[in-house]
Design a protein around this ligand. Structure first.
Ligand SMILES: Nc1ncnc2c1ncn2[C@@H]1O[C@H](COP(=O)(O)OP(=O)(O)OP(=O)(O)O)[C@@H](O)[C@H]1O
Ligand SMILES: [Mg+2]
Length: 327
């Protein structure tokens, strides 16, 4: 075991095991650590500069701006005076976020100027460099574009809608739906934007996820990007939807395998929807789970039972398929 934030510790662990590869699957914080360790060990890597551009949101925004990619207006904020100036540049509604954090820690929707003042401290506290960003909130349907870069050439693997709540938890995924609903010129624009964004941020050989918002003017704006396999259950959606196994691919990239082009191209295009189970707002109960199963009173048991009921439930399409088997 070693601290995933420590380059020295992970390097030591990798050396002691004679590791052939280092990778992170879904954790953003580890992306720069993995890049640094791989470089020290002479293993295939994203490279520390690209890792910084993908994980430091200000570096990301600056790079995308230099390359003319569509993205929300933004400003760097290190204190309240800069915050007030940023409100003038960016306007409302806006999103306040730490420059280097993940998992939506310190992320706030700002609808009133006073909210910036209330949340700035919390946003700065989540940043190791004590920096935050204020970005214009992009209205529209959010999408996840999964891309793969092979020898410097980036292509789209899948584009799916990422549905989220309107109000509280505005950044949290409620469901993923493949394919994305946009079409024609907007689809072409989203595809081009996702591929270019990953490319200018420095992805050469590997997997990336570009978060886009389909805007009402027919465009696609970049709200975020990551150089790793998608988090949540998105990798499963991609496997079912287009037949590409992202985790296996990530491992092959990390091992430095020569990957043929056909292994990264979508093999099919199936409609797939994935919905997360949600809980009522309130405190998450803590405690020790002694046993999980029917009849157990711990709230975790209720979740397990519900998941089991859903899993047990035969979906209508399967019932129909059984009733009228294809010739
Ligand atoms: N400028 C924006 N406009 C609209 N929505 C945004 C904006 N910035 C962030 N969001 C919403 O918040 C979510 C999380 O934002 P972001 O990726 O910047 O933070 P994070 O801490 O890296 O979170 P995650 O780990 O979920 O990627 C986005 O997926 C999106 O739903
Ligand atoms: Mg993010």
């Amino acid at each position: 075991m070693a601290d995933v934030a420590s380059v020295d510790a992970i390097e030591g662990l990798a050396r002691s095991h004679g590791a052939d590869a280092v990778l992170t699957v879904a954790e953003d914080r580890s992306v720069p650590v993995v890049a640094a360790v791989a470089e020290r060990l002479g293993l295939p890597s994203l490279g520390p500069d690209a890792a910084h551009r993908f994980t430091h949101k200000l570096a990301m925004r600056r790079t995308l701006a230099e390359e003319g990619l569509p993205q929300p207006t933004y400003a760097a904020v290190r204190n309240l005076a800069e915050g007030r100036a940023a409100l003038d540049t960016v306007g409302l509604p806006a999103v306040l976020k730490p420059a280097d954090a993940e998992g939506q820690r310190g992320l706030f929707r700002i609808d009133e100027p006073g909210e910036l003042e209330s949340h700035l401290h919390a946003a700065l506290a989540e940043s190791t460099s004590r920096e935050a960003l204020l970005e214009r909130l992009v209205e529209g349907t959010e999408m996840n574009a999964v891309v793969v870069a092979l020898r410097g050439s980036t292509r789209l693997v899948s584009l799916s809608d990422r549905l989220r709540p309107e109000d509280a938890g505005f950044g949290v995924a409620r469901a993923h739906v493949h394919p994305a609903r946009i079409h024609s010129d907007q689809l072409a624009a989203a595809e081009r934007t996702a591929e270019r964004a990953a490319s200018v941020l420095g992805l050469r050989d590997g997997i990336g996820v570009v978060q886009l918002v389909a805007t009402t003017d027919g465009g696609a704006s970049v709200v975020g990007a990551a150089a790793r396999v998608a988090g949540g259950r998105l990798a499963e959606l991609v496997r079912h939807a287009v037949g590409v196994g992202l985790v296996e691919l990530a491992l092959r990239f990390a091992l430095g395998e020569e990957i043929p082009e056909e292994d990264v191209l979508p093999r099919r295009a199936e409609p797939v929807a994935l919905r997360y189970l949600t809980a009522e707002p309130g405190h998450l109960p803590t405690g020790r789970v002694a046993r999980i199963g029917r009849g157990t009173r711990h709230p975790a048991a209720a979740i397990t039972d519900r998941a089991r009921r859903i899993a047990d439930h035969e979906p209508p399409w399967r019932r129909r398929a059984r009733a009228s088997p294809r010739a």
